[in-house]
Design a protein. Structure first.
Length: 202
């Protein structure tokens, strides 16, 4: 299965088969709903791998909340590796929520929940406050913005783990401690990446 090279030896063969099933589902739905930029299987595999690599370097704890889950990146790849883990995909758009529910059912990820709603620093969705050991997100542009959205949803001592591209940045943010920062190599198309981890201060 070309495209999974960076995961081979780090992910069980059964999990790679699940990743390929997920790629096929995403490819099919992406024709009707623009979930990811790439329109071919190779490009979608690249996106899946890139979304997962940070969480192989810095292991998440559970329960986990993925904010703005969209196409399910990185929540669904993380769930494939941790099928019994409590993971919540939070997504405000109804069509993407429908996709997430379909993908979760098709892949048999019964521990994953999908919530239609928007993250808010002032008014987070009911039932998500103070619950999560890890918060993830992929599409939010500013680290400071994501940390503000994550704060009300984190349990004491919880962490935010983000995979990022571009310039190596880890700004100081009040109420958080920077506990991890590491570069990694993704595909040639995506170039150098880094993963950053912030822990909520008690």
């Amino acid at each position: 299965m070309n495209g999974w090279d960076l995961l081979e030896g780090r992910v069980a063969p059964e999990a790679l088969l699940q990743m390929e099933r997920y790629c096929s589902i995403l490819l099919e739905w992406n024709r009707a709903i623009r979930l990811v930029g790439p329109k071919d299987a190779a490009g979608i595999r690249e996106q899946i791998v890139d979304s997962l690599l940070p969480y192989l370097l810095m292991k998440p704890s559970f329960p986990l909340l993925d904010i703005g889950s969209g196409a399910g990146l990185p929540a669904i790849p993380i769930a494939i590796l941790n099928p019994k883990a409590d993971i919540v995909c939070l997504e405000p758009r109804a069509k993407r929520t429908s996709f997430l529910r379909h993908a979760v059912r098709a892949l048999g990820l019964s521990a994953v929940s999908v919530v239609e709603g928007r993250a808010s620093a002032l008014d987070p969705p009911e039932g998500l406050i103070g619950k999560f050991s890890t918060v993830t997100a992929r599409a939010v542009s500013e680290i400071e913005t994501l940390l503000a959205l994550a704060r009300p949803c984190l349990a004491p001592g919880g962490a935010v783990i983000l995979g990022r591209g571009g310039e190596l940045l880890a700004p100081d943010v009040g109420g958080y401690s920077l506990v991890g920062l590491e570069r990694y190599s993704a595909s040639k198309n995506l170039g150098e990446r880094f993963v950053v981890k912030y822990q909520l201060e008690s």
